[in-house]
Design a protein around this ligand. Sequence first.
Ligand SMILES: [Fe+2]
Ligand SMILES: [Fe+2]
Length: 325
Amino acid sequence: MKNQDTMQDKEQMKSLEDIFEAKIARDEKIEPKDWMPEKYRKTHIRQISQHAHSEIVGMLPEGNWISRAPSLRRKVALLAKVQDEAGHGLYLYSACETLGISREELYDQLHSGKAKYSSIFNYPTLTWADIGAIGWLVDGAAIINQVPLCSTSFGPYARAMVRVCKEESFHQRQGYEIMMTLCNGTQEQKDMAQDALDRWWWPALMMLGPTDDESTHTEQSMKWKLKRKTNDELRQQFIDQTVPQADILGLKVPDEDLQYNTETGHYDFGEIDWEEFWQVVKGHGMCNKERISARKNAWDEGEWVRDAALAYADKQADKEVKEAV
Ligand SMILES: [Fe+2]
Ligand SMILES: [Fe+2]
């Protein structure tokens, strides 16, 4: 009897898996209440939460410059951008919660170091030109990464990405405009822009992830249409798109091996220092400790706000019950 039960369970599981796979093949969305393999759920929690953490940690290096922006117009634009990143974090945490994990657990994973976020945010913002370079390069790389995610298979993630991508385009443009203004300014301003490009170029390339042969998750993620392009394809696309923009600015990309290849129609580029990438991922970047402690403080100092909001919600619920009686 037991054997028969197990057989039935197996058959049932197989047909659920078939329905799931067929949906993915037809490019239909998987929704939170649909059956999904446990590995699909876990992989999505990992990727969406990593993305959400990157959005809110990404607020820190730029938030650092809000009070020092050189004009009211720049301050307003930067403030709006940093607020957008908070919004992206909130959409993505909400999308992640639909997979059965709580916001508290997600924050806990970030604070304990169990969950990762984009390594680029562990670099410091030393001058105002860094704000231009981040918008241009970091948000630029984020767009390349995220546009394919608008058609990813998990519904809540795909829908969140549509709005996120629209806002990222604004971020990229405001960054490029800062660079353009600096490059049309004094020699000192142009030098500042070049210095920012020198420091942010390589970390921006690393942001698109390890090379395909080193990336452990790529194959499965491509199969589930969680990922639609490989890291190397995305990196090449970013380079091909960004080098001509540097030319317009009159800046030099800090790579001696960079050269347009007429045969392939793409830019060939130099060796990326992956050792630096892994050091930063492992927590040894310049600002890893500072970023995590800023996030922890925000969580601890916000406790009274969360408590007050819950107490208010309870009071309102009580009032509604009394009024109903
Ligand atoms: Fe964002
Ligand atoms: Fe952004």
